[in-house]
Design a protein around this ligand. Structure first.
Ligand SMILES: [Cu+2]
Length: 238
């Protein structure tokens, strides 16, 4: 199991994020230790936190309803310029290999600025470094800041990512099939506020863990039908 970190490490990792994104990170629970639950950062409203009901991989908290991002949605809201800054930051961290469709990280501190359905890319995909659903490779023992920005638009276009040992293919209701997640799952991120990408606001979240178990995982969007349609990529700790 990938070990999740406490608040002090999360705070330390904030320095790697664009300033607009820093407050969005969820201070996650020590899942493997069964420890006390998440402290939620400023601006977190009820209903979007991670409660004891989700302990042990329960996925009951997923159905948040259909909604575009609003300033009060419970996570971080980025404007278009901030979203671009987030993407660019992601493209300057990790080494992309387009041929292998992979992004390899080195060092102890890894920041992954993943995007759900970046404009110009296909529906039901993740992007990083301009690659679609790339294999993400992190070193064993690294502190991983795993961020997600949802740039998709439209009803039922909430997305999130869970890290699991369960390989594809995934059924329509992937969430019922994935088993306990390796990292405490983030809530679903609502779709952007506007069809116009430059006028829109975007939902962003992040979580933090230590990649303290070698092996092959998958990052998967558990929203109904998304993983079935290919919204996943490989995640390797080596
Ligand atoms: Cu999705």
């Amino acid at each position: 199991m990938l070990k999740q970190l406490g608040a002090c490490i999360v705070a330390r990792m904030f320095k790697h994020l664009p300033s607009a994104f820093r407050l969005s990170v969820v201070t996650v629970a020590l899942l493997s230790a069964g420890a006390a639950f998440a402290q939620l950062g400023p601006g977190w409203g009820p209903g979007y936190g991670m409660g004891p009901g989700m302990m042990g991989g329960g996925m009951m908290g997923w159905a948040m309803g259909n909604y575009p991002v609003t300033p009060n949605w419970g996570g971080k809201v980025l404007n278009y310029a901030e979203a671009q800054s987030y993407i660019q930051y992601g493209q300057t961290h990790g080494a992309a290999d387009a041929k292998a469709n992979s992004v390899t990280f080195t060092g102890n501190d890894v920041v992954i600025n993943l995007i759900a359905v970046q404009p110009g890319f296909e529906d039901q995909t993740f992007e990083l470094h301009g690659l679609t659903n790339p294999t993400i490779i992190v070193p064993y023992g690294a502190n991983v800041q795993f961020n997600l920005l949802n740039m998709d638009y439209g009803n039922n276009m909430e997305h999130t990512a869970v890290i699991t040992r369960t390989p594809p293919p995934y059924p329509y209701m992937a969430m019922m099939y994935l088993g306990p997640p390796q990292v405490q799952p983030m809530p679903e991120l609502p779709w952007r506020s506007d069809g116009d990408v430059k006028a829109a606001q975007y939902a962003a979240l992040g979580e933090n863990f230590i990649a303290n178990e070698l092996g092959e995982y998958w990052y998967v969007c558990p929203a109904p039908q998304h993983a079935q349609e290919g919204m996943y990529g490989k995640f390797i700790v080596r």
